[in-house]
Design a protein around this ligand. Structure first.
Ligand code: PCA
Length: 194
């Protein structure tokens, strides 16, 4: 199984983004396609769609930073909405903009979230479920990828995991890398969803 794993560049007031650090620190492997995305609505969606078309991964795990979270958040739902007050890294501020006016209101994650939750807890890593990934660029990428796979009738598991800032709940960068490797291992073991 080849898995596409993405992170994001720093944004807002954050000097670093652990999702970028983790994606960069993951070991190079033929089974892994790694990419850091810009925190720009239009570019992030286009880049990840083009990557999926070119690389045809068997699963997609997207990562981002949730600055307020004390733990890793397993996102359950992507919403068809861009809405923020701070703007993306180009200053594009979306106020109630639909991601795809023809698309459904939301999509469930198709990652094996319960198994991932269990695996992370077994490793003593702080983790929680989250109802949805917000309405900023992380949610945008989550929705765009789920929508693309759904429209193509694909069976690739895909979803989004938010990481806390390094240091939250005693989570070092090394532990976050270990956590993401654990997620990847569970996704591999579960295989395609149909
Ligand atoms: N977190 C932001 C965007 C990029 C990132 O890492 C979010 O939660 O939408």
């Amino acid at each position: 199984m080849r898995i596409l794993v993405t992170g994001f560049e720093p944004f807002g007031g954050h000097a670093m983004n652990p999702s970028m650090e983790v994606v960069t620190a993951l070991p190079t492997s033929e089974r892994l396609i790694r990419r850091v995305l810009p925190v720009i609505y239009a570019d992030a969606g286009r880049i990840i769609r083009d990557l999926i078309t070119a690389e045809r991964p068997d699963a997609v795990l997207s990562l981002g930073l949730c600055g307020r979270s004390p733990s890793i958040l397993l996102e359950r739902i992507a919403i068809n909405l861009n809405d923020d007050t701070c703007g993306d890294n180009t200053g594009d501020s979306a106020h109630g903009r639909l991601i795809d006016p023809a698309g459904p209101v939301g999509y469930w994650s198709t990652l094996p979230l319960v198994a991932i939750h269990e695996a992370l807890r077994e490793r003593g890593i702080a983790v929680a479920f989250s109802s949805h990934a917000g309405t900023y660029v992380c949610n945008h990428v989550f929705y765009v990828v789920r929508h693309m796979i759904e429209q193509q009738g694909g069976d690739q598991p895909c979803g989004f995991v938010h990481l806390p800032p390094v240091g939250s709940s005693g989570l070092s960068l090394g532990t976050l890398v270990d956590a993401v490797r654990t997620c990847l291992g569970v996704i591999e073991r579960h295989g395609a969803r149909k």
